[in-house]
Write a protein that binds this ligand. Structure first.
Ligand code: CO8
Length: 259
């Protein structure tokens, strides 16, 4: 695999490691990256030699969210027709083996939602979690409005979604958004050690446990996700959302007409 590929994959014993690899864009999640991520996840899931999967990013960013440059000119019909998010993100839910997010630096927007979609979140002490879409007049659209309240409760979730507040690793740990916090120097080794321990257990038992815990946790998640997706698509009919994204790319403050 070449180094300009949007993700890198490697195998360490029975662990499949996926590294998000758009460092210049802080691992912004464009379609090419999400397609490659989905393919890699399904590949490891189907590989009998793999028992657990780690998704990680760079020291600066796990992922800074959806790719604002790609989205800025999309219309409602573009995202409705292409099934934006649904097309790629449902893949993550299909993975039956345990998936560990190893998060250092920014986990913003879709990056935070990617961590939330994993089974275990290991955070470096440098990790920062936020759903800052409101600053763009956008909204979380990859499960954030549904998974975050289930994890941290309504009060914290509303605060994060409505005020764009950033949580550091210690706060995220306190709120139950992450499973464990380790030093940034130890993140990769700790993630590999944890994944190796898990991958040493019986795979059918692991899959049964994962499916059962998700059953307890998800409830009517599918309905919530479907609702959220239509709301996200409708954001592309908003002048403010296009203004918000363009202003970010032009490095200026947005001027919202509240339309
Ligand atoms: N999309 C595209 N490019 C980005 C993104 C992004 N989300 N984030 C950062 N970049 C780019 C910057 O434009 C910049 O590019 P360039 O060097 O060409 O100017 C480069 O990455 C480095 O970024 P900064 O210079 O801004 O780095 P800082 O260290 O100053 O700031 C931040 C880091 C705070 C993370 C800042 O980059 C930031 O605020 N980024 C945007 C975060 C954000 O708003 N995320 C939410 C996006 S919307 C979203 O996720 C909707 C979810 C819907 C479903 C998800 C589907 C995938």
């Amino acid at each position: 695999m070449t180094t300009d590929a949007p993700i890198l994959t490697e195998t360490v014993g029975r662990v499949g490691v996926i590294t998000l690899n758009r460092p210049q864009q802080l691992n912004a999640l464009n379609d090419a990256l999400m397609d490659a991520l989905g393919e890699a996840l399904l590949g490891f899931d189907a590989d009998a030699g793999i028992g657990a999967i780690v998704i990680t990013g760079s020291a600066k960013a796990f992922a800074a969210g959806a790719d604002i440059a790609a989205m800025a000119d999309w219309t409602y019909m573009d995202v409705y027709r292409s099934e934006f998010v649904t097309r790629n993100w449902e893949t993550i839910r299909r993975v039956r083996k345990p998936v560990i997010a190893a998060v250092a630096g920014f986990a913003m927007g879709g990056g935070c939602e990617l961590a939330l979609a994993c089974d275990i979140v290991l955070a470096a002490d440098t990790a920062k979690f936020a759903l800052p879409e409101i600053k763009l007049a956008m909204m979380p659209g990859a499960g954030g409005t549904q998974r975050l309240p289930r994890v941290v409760g309504k009060a914290k979730a509303m605060d994060m979604c409505l005020s764009a507040r950033t949580l550091d690793a210690a706060e995220a740990d306190r709120y139950g958004l992450v499973s464990r916090v380790v030093t940034s120097e130890r993140l990769r080794d700790e993630a590999l050690a944890l994944a190796t321990t898990i991958a040493g257990f019986s795979l059918p038992a692991l899959m049964a446990i994962k499916e059962s815990v998700n059953r307890a946790y998800e409830g009517s998640l599918a309905e919530g996700i479907g609702f959220e997706r239509r709301q996200l698509h409708a954001r592309f009919a908003s002048d403010d959302a296009h203004e918000g994204m363009k202003a970010f790319l032009e490095k200026r403050k947005p001027v919202f007409g509240h339309r």
